[in-house]
Design a protein around this ligand. Sequence first.
Ligand SMILES: [Zn+2]
Length: 75
Amino acid sequence: MHAAELMSRIIRAKYQQLCPECGERMTESDKVCENGVIFVWYRCSRDGCKGQWLQKIRQQPATFGVVANPAYALK
Ligand SMILES: [Zn+2]
């Protein structure tokens, strides 16, 4: 399995979001990766609801074999 796909699955399972407006499950609408941080936009799956959620996820260097930030490894 491709690493990016695996990562995407882990994130999806771990960071399942609920709509802040109505509590309905949210669906991933966009994903941007920047400087080792993943920004994921979620949108409410309910018709007519404008609920949105931005999740900011720091990549786990140990999990993917890349130490992008030495300071992170010291924590
Ligand atoms: Zn909603």
